[in-house]
Design a protein around this ligand. Structure first.
Ligand code: SF4
Ligand code: SF4
Length: 579
């Protein structure tokens, strides 16, 4: 007997799944144009690899995964890229992003498939293949699967709960393609070293659980178990299903791998098996048409198929007043049905006033606390509502706004019919927009500061270079002047009348070289010469000072005696033999 646990809160809305779950999956026809967004993962866009006019094959990569969190994007069929341009995406914000507009040629020519043995390949290689096959979470989050498959875990949970009313795409997938789901679960389990794999299926889908059990029974790769979990919305939430199957309560700010558990949707497991065992990238998904249709059902749809082309398959009734992407609890209204099907599109719910009566007017919050009791994440929805309404976004974050999974349980039970989730989405988008603005401002400031720093550094470096050059020139000139002075002194010693002004007269060299280098250098040369002249004058004076002074101021007798002595000396010198 498998022990199950209860998660807090939750509600039990009517399921309305019978009509769309009754019929088998059919392939949607090829549309006239496919609009394939390059942004199909929760973590950003793929890098564009095609241009208008280029021919593409089915499954060809048209956007490569960028960075550690990227996921690739592929051509869903063969044809010609008619444009690469910004188109509106199916997103609550009406976001536009670059898309490849592909005109199918109808030939459905595939690129060469490249399967990979996941059990005898390097795990990094397997993860790279999952990334390059464009596998993202198909439960609606569209988070890249190769990133989720990076952690070592004890238990892998495969999410087949599909708790949201009206949606049956996972139910039909489990019933019809259980073998591939189990194969994909085994690949993911092996990749993360999981010791056991638990398939969680709500107990209102007995056929799906039976199909999985049959597939699990035939597999001997992993320890696997299919567990029927009580039908209670939102049992398909990741943390809620982990809680139900393992008893682990994952607190605020933590994720399953922090507790040795990871969770993938059944559609993601299926896509993983197709990518590795068949070499087929993720180019299609199952989409439920439910609600106000003449022909509700599930269709395998190429990514990029315009939603209005798909709606025609279900034939919406004339009183349909809007189309919601997703279910009635977590979905959002599409304001334009020309937007394409993306990897996160699980259901197109046709609404009518008869099926979904407009809510009564919003009333003031009476602080009854019903929303708090219903919240599966144990938040305080009415506090979040007050602060979001007052645009006190700091306080909404203090009350863990970003832990809100937008399940809608609080709004479902609110007696005042307050569209609480709308307030939370508004607050989240405002906070994200402000963070983006702040990040852009921070980046601009950092760039400005860096530019200032660079300019300052260049200024200092330039000044240092000039100073070094000036010093070098000065030293060189001094050396040259000293050399010339030395030469002048030598010349003066040997050639009476030649003076230390000789450097100025040296032909062609001393006159032109310093002048060409720097005209201001004439002054240092003149200074040097003046110093040398002064030094020579001082030396001459000193010499004169120390010379004998006994011939000055003599009497005529003394002078006569000296003259007589000099005459005798001359007479003696003349009488000497010259030999
Ligand atoms: S359920 Fe509605 S009325 Fe009651 S506390 Fe919550 S928000 Fe207020
Ligand atoms: S929408 Fe958010 S606040 Fe409301 S019940 Fe769900 S998790 Fe709680």
């Amino acid at each position: 007997m498998f022990e199950l646990f209860r998660f807090p809160g939750g509600v039990k809305p009517a399921s309305h799944k019978e009509s769309s779950a009754a019929a088998a999956i059919t392939a949607a026809p090829l549309p006239q144009l496919l609009v394939v967004p390059f942004r199909q993962s929760a973590t950003g866009s793929a890098a564009i690899q095609v241009r208008a006019g280029e021919k593409v094959l089915k499954g060809q990569i048209i956007g490569i995964a960028e960075g550690a969190f990227g996921a690739a994007v592929h051509a869903p069929t063969s044809g010609i890229v008619r444009a690469v341009e910004s188109r509106m995406l199916p997103h609550p914000s009406g976001l536009a992003a670059p898309c490849a507009v592909i005109e199918p040629d109808g030939a459905e020519r595939w690129v060469e498939p490249t399967p990979l043995d996941p059990y005898n390949s390097d795990p990094e290689h397997v993860r790279a293949r999952i990334r390059d096959a464009g596998i993202v979470g198909l439960g609606g989050a569209a988070f890249p699967s190769h990133v989720k498959a990076r952690t070592a875990i004890e238990t892998l949970v495969i999410n087949g709960a599909e708790c949201e009313p009206w949606i049956t795409c996972d139910d039909r997938l489990m019933r019809e393609r259980a073998d591939e789901i189990v194969a994909g679960a085994c690949i993911l389990g092996r990749l993360m070293g999981a010791r056991r794999i638990l398939f969680g299926v709500e107990d209102n889908k007995p056929a799906a659980a039976a199909a999985l059990r049959a597939a699990v029974g035939e597999s001997d790769i992993c320890d696997m178990q299919v567990v029927a979990v009580p039908t209670l919305y939102p049992a398909g939430g990741e943390k809620q299903l982990i809680r139900v199957l393992t008893g682990i309560e994952i607190p605020y700010g933590k994720l399953g791998p922090d507790f040795g558990v990871q969770c993938f949707n059944v559609g993601t497991a299926y896509a993983t098996a197709r990518a590795l065992l068949n070499g087929e990238p993720l180019i299609s998904r199952i989409v439920t048409l439910a609600g106000n249709y003449a022909r509700p059902g599930n269709h395998e749809v190429l990514i990029g198929t315009p939603i209005n082309a798909l709606l025609a398959l279900g034939d919406p009734q004339p009183d349909t007043d809007r189309i919601v992407m997703g279910g009635p609890m977590m979905g959002f209204t599409l304001h334009d049905t020309t937007v394409p099907v993306v990897k996160a599109s699980n259901c197109l719910l046709a609404m009518s006033p008869a099926l979904f009566p407009p809510p009564p007017p919003e009333m003031p919050c009476i602080r009854c606390g019903a929303c708090t009791l219903a919240c599966p994440v144990q938040l305080q929805p009415h506090e979040l509502y007050w602060y979001a309404r007052a645009k006190n976004f700091g306080k909404t974050q203090e009350y863990h706004l970003f832990d809100c999974i937008e399940c809608g349980c609080c709004a479902y039970v609110c007696p005042s019919r307050i569209p609480l989730v709308d307030y939370y989405r508004f607050a989240k988008s405002e906070i994200r927009a402000r963070e983006r603005e702040k990040a852009a401002a921070d980046l601009a400031r950092e760039r400005y500061e860096f530019r200032q720093f660079r300019e300052e550094r260049e200024k200092v470096e330039k000044a240092a270079r000039l100073a070094a050059k000036a010093a070098e020139t000065k030293a060189k000139l001094a050396r040259e002047a000293a050399a010339k002075v030395g030469a002048g002194e030598t010349a003066a010693a040997g050639e009476p009348g030649k003076t230390v002004t000789a450097p100025a007269a040296e032909p062609g060299k001393a006159e032109t070289a310093p002048a060409a280098a720097d005209t201001t250098n004439a002054a240092p040369v003149n200074d040097k010469l003046a110093l040398i002249a002064a030094a020579q004058a001082r030396a001459a004076a000193k010499k004169a000072a120390v010379a004998p002074q006994n011939t000055a101021e003599l009497t005529p007798d003394q002078q006569a005696q000296i003259a007589e002595a000099e005459a005798r000396r001359a007479q003696i010198d003349a009488s000497k033999d010259p030999a």
